[in-house]
Design a protein around this ligand. Structure first.
Ligand code: FES
Ligand SMILES: [Fe+2]
Length: 429
């Protein structure tokens, strides 16, 4: 439970808010590379951390990100012309490059130096891992590159990055990723084997283990490592160890194929989930993966104030109730919603856009959720006092892995010591 004031502090990420300033210290995913497929192709409208921006791939292939509105008379740059390494406003022809420099101002006389004195807001980008990343913080604090999370370093044949627009505050997504207890319920399918067909369901070990996992969370320099221990009938423990990476990434355990997420605030009531499947040791079967968890579709979404953004919207939305099948639910499928991602989406969007955490009643299964909230609140408060976070400028700290294993070991600390190698990404020398 949080007080209403703490809840506001945790969930607001617009310019000038403490949490917004913390997020602006990190490189953050902004677009899938595939959303901007061609040089000098059409721009995309976007909003991130409550700022309206427009992104385009320039003639050289670099992605420029500018204020969504022209500094002349605030016309929308979305309708602009992408030409010769710049974006030209179609209202009066002013043209800007990816650094925000005004490179042409044809509506002013040639002798005017107005052009030299005018810039547009522009943010640096970095493209890696099938994602265009943005840095929105102070230039003197800009980390050299985005975090070295394992999926960003894999070849495209071993990772699949999807993007789904969500109608909820980012923190509800973060909390879902570090809440292992819900998997025993939300993601289960208890129907006979023959009926399960294409339905995705959680690892069968969840059926066997205890429904009330014992949790341990430990702060790390990059975020938090958190273990959920379930007793199996043979006396061993099924351990799932999740990595939570500042400010809003996680790495989800799995056998062979693992998961990763990022929850990026659009504004205070919407966010984007990046969902990554990674298979570090062998190429993935992309068709099979697509069938199990379909990509979003490029679509427009109208935000509350009427602003339209170009984003990726999954099949399941609040409006279609995630295509819940009540007959399937009656037959033993726990939710009646067929994909795991949409099961999660139904829960976290349905809590209301920003859940009122003063109304919660947290139990022993919520230890990691509590720890993550405390950590973010502390880092934002520290930053207000001038104490900078360490993680953004140390991308190598992010080279960690989640764990999924069966062990007789009952204690988290010794378990991590025994599997220290497996929880680090091997680095080529
Ligand atoms: S409003 Fe963009 S050039 Fe005039
Ligand atoms: Fe889930």
């Amino acid at each position: 439970m949080l007080s209403p004031e703490e809840n506001t502090y945790l969930t607001r990420t617009g310019p000038g808010t403490p949490m917004g300033e913390l997020f602006r210290r990190f490189w953050l995913p902004l677009f899938l590379s595939s959303e901007l497929p061609e040089s000098d192709g059409p721009p995309l409208r976007t909003r991130i951390l409550n700022e309206d921006l427009v992104g385009y791939r320039n003639t050289n292939g670099h992605v420029g990100v500018l204020d969504a509105y022209c500094p002349h008379r605030r016309a929308p740059l979305f309708y602009g012309r992408t030409e010769e390494c710049g974006l030209r406003c179609v209202y009066h022809g002013w043209k800007f490059d990816a650094d925000g420099t005004c490179v042409d101002m044809p509506s002013e006389p040639p002798e005017s130096d107005f052009k030299e004195r005018l810039t547009i807001k522009a943010y640096p980008t970095y493209e890696v891992g099938g994602v265009v990343w943005i840095y929105m913080g102070p230039r003197e604090r800009q980390p050299e590159r985005p975090p070295l999370i394992e999926w960003t370093e894999l070849p495209a044949t071993r990772r699949r990055v999807r993007k789904w627009f969500h109608e909820n505050n980012y923190m509800q997504g973060v909390e879902g990723d570090i809440d292992t207890a819900h998997v025993n319920f939300l993601h289960m399918d208890y129907r006979p084997e023959t009926e399960r067909n294409r339905i995705r369901q959680a690892n069968p070990l969840f059926h066997l283990g205890e429904k009330h996992p014992k949790l341990t969370a430990m702060d790390t320099d990059y975020g938090m490592i958190y273990g959920g221990r379930r007793l199996l009938p043979d006396g061993n423990y099924y351990w799932r160890v999740t990595q939570w990476l500042l400010p809003a990434f996680s790495l989800i355990p799995g056998k062979g194929r693992r998961g990763g997420t990022a929850w990026i605030p659009v504004d205070d009531e919407h966010c984007v989930r990046y969902s990554i499947a990674l298979s570090p040791d062998e190429d993935m079967n992309m068709e099979q993966d697509e069938a199990r968890s379909p990509s979003g579709k490029p679509q427009q979404f109208t935000l509350k104030d009427g602003t339209i953004i170009d984003t990726m919207i999954p099949y399941g939305t609040k409006a279609n109730q995630y295509e819940i099948d009540r007959a399937m639910q009656k037959a033993g499928h726990y939710t009646g919603i067929w994909s795991i991602a949409m099961q999660d989406k139904a829960m976290i969007e349905g809590m209301t856009r920003t859940v009122d955490r003063s109304l919660e009643h947290l139990g022993s299964s919520d230890i990691a959720v509590i720890a993550a909230r405390r950590r973010l609140l502390k880092l934002a408060r520290d930053l207000e006092q001038g104490i900078e976070p360490v993680a953004p400028t140390h991308p190598e700290l992010y080279r960690v892995r989640p764990l999924d294993l069966i062990s007789p070991e009952a204690n988290f600390g010794p378990l991590l010591e025994q599997h220290a190698e497996e929880s680090r990404v091997p680095v080529a020398i």
